[in-house]
Design a protein around this ligand. Structure first.
Ligand code: MG
Length: 447
């Protein structure tokens, strides 16, 4: 069966993979999965196709007999939070996260505000492909209302947060879904806020939506120029956060993850992260007596493992972080609060906190491999890699990760592109290079 769902919901280019017709059918499949009753909260990011797709999805849901509450334009974590807070049966967030403006998609949430597990996504796919969506009679069609999802969220996440001083924060929302929310949230906890790209705009004129170093140059400059304590940025739907330190330097994602993850870890606590994470995370968590559980890449896998292991934190180096004491959705605005709490509790500047963590050089390489050959190649290569890296600890939950004393190497097929990626991290640059070379030689032979 063809897959509709990727690592983070259904996603594609509008007018190609993503059409109003598809969204009507997805809405009906969701309502059918819910047993043709209950309430679904629907939200969207500011993409130009958002309103069109929302109307289609809502129409499909209503035809399946479920009620709809429209949350309008909200960040993904606000939508997920509202599902649980308001006792709804599911949530649907229309977004393509950090993808360019021509993309859109949808991600579904269960009644606890957790992203649909892969098994549930498969069930929706089955209904969709078998065309077994069940429409209800005219007397039983669902009704629509609106809901204010942001107020309850803002109240809940800012309650009881007291910082020892007023931090100056530059916030760059990239014209995305958190534009009206994160500046308000930070002011509520006493910060002085300078807003950048905080007008929602589906053309995303301010910058690329991926909150990486290249896209955050302007944020870096403004942090330095205004003498701010920190810069915070989100991706398009604000389930992720990235930071810039007080000197205007982009904060290394693995180190930031390590610092935030370990802040509240006590002996025996579990932290969840993906197979792509750096040793710096394991070191920081281990130092506090905590344990790290690894998952496949993708926030859906991380959320599942956080729940299963009762973890105190779950996160990916991309900046999608889960704080289970509040909820199980990756949450960019809440991450901003936690980063400020990290500064406040350590009484140090961000550059000092991150500077105290070790540097582990990482090298990445991608090798072309046609999509249809990926699984066969990965099967063959597992054996070869085991032979090459004798004595390594092997993990095969998502590609093959081999952990050695001097570093680790991960060989993993790209989820969306015709590549197999090699990532290696070593205690030195030389080791990282060697690990990549050894793995790519084997891959070369196999492809
Ligand atoms: Mg996102």
């Amino acid at each position: 069966m063809k897959r509709l769902f990727g690592t983070s919901g259904v996603r594609g280019v509008v007018g190609e993979e993503i059409t109003p017709e598809l969204f009507i059918e997805l809405g009906l499949a969701l309502a059918t999965h819910l047993g043709n009753s209950g309430t679904v909260i629907v939200g969207r990011d500011p993409r130009l196709s958002g309103e069109m797709l929302e109307d289609s999805l809502v129409s499909g849901i209503l035809s399946g007999g479920c009620e709809v509450r429209r949350a309008g334009m909200v960040p993904t974590p606000v939508l997920a939070f509202a599902v649980r807070l308001l006792g709804a049966n599911a949530g649907a967030m229309i977004t393509a996260s950090h993808n360019p403006p021509e993309y859109n998609g949808v991600k579904f949430w269960d009644s606890e505000g957790v992203a649909f597990a892969p098994a549930v996504e498969k069930e929706i796919e089955r209904i969709f492909y078998e065309k077994s969506g069940k429409r209800v009679g005219w007397q039983k069609l669902g009704r629509v209302g609106n809901v204010d999802a942001s107020s309850g969220y803002l109240k809940m996440v800012t309650e009881g947060i007291k910082l020892s001083k007023s931090y100056k924060v530059v916030v760059d929302c990239g014209n995305g879904a958190a534009s009206p929310l994160t500046p308000v949230l930070l002011r509520r906890i006493g910060c002085k806020v300078v807003s950048l790209n905080c007008q929602p705009d589906g053309n995303f004129p301010g910058r690329g939506l991926e909150p990486n170093e290249g896209n955050l140059k302007e944020l870096s400059e403004i942090v330095s120029a205004t003498g701010a304590d920190i810069g915070i940025a989100h991706d398009g739907d604000a389930d992720r956060a990235a930071a810039v330190d007080e000197k205007g330097n982009f904060a290394n994602e693995d180190k930031l993850l390590a610092a935030v993850a370990s802040r509240n870890v006590r002996k025996g606590d579990i932290v969840v992260t993906t197979v792509e994470s750096s040793k710096v995370v394991y070191d920081a968590v281990g130092k506090k007596g905590g344990k790290v559980v690894k998952t496949p890449v993708g926030d859906v896998s991380v959320a599942e493992a956080v729940k299963k292991n009762s973890a105190v934190f779950g996160g990916e180096p991309s900046g999608a972080w889960i704080f289970p004491e509040v909820h199980l959705a990756p949450d960019g605005p809440l991450s901003a609060i936690r980063i400020l709490q990290l500064l406040d509790s350590s009484s140090k500047k961000l550059s000092e906190i991150l500077g105290a963590l070790p540097d582990y050089p990482t090298i990445r390489k991608k090798m072309a491999c046609p999509n249809e050959k990926k699984s066969e190649t990965m099967r063959k290569i597992g054996k070869e890699l085991r032979a090459e890296f004798k004595g390594a600890e092997i993990l095969e939950i998502d590609g093959v990760r081999l952990d050695l004393d001097e570093g680790w190497v991960l060989v993993r097929p790209s989820g969306t592109e015709p590549y197999i990626r090699i990532t290696a991290e070593g205690k030195t640059e030389k080791t990282a290079k060697e690990l990549v070379e050894r793995a790519s030689e084997i891959l070369n032979k196999t492809i």
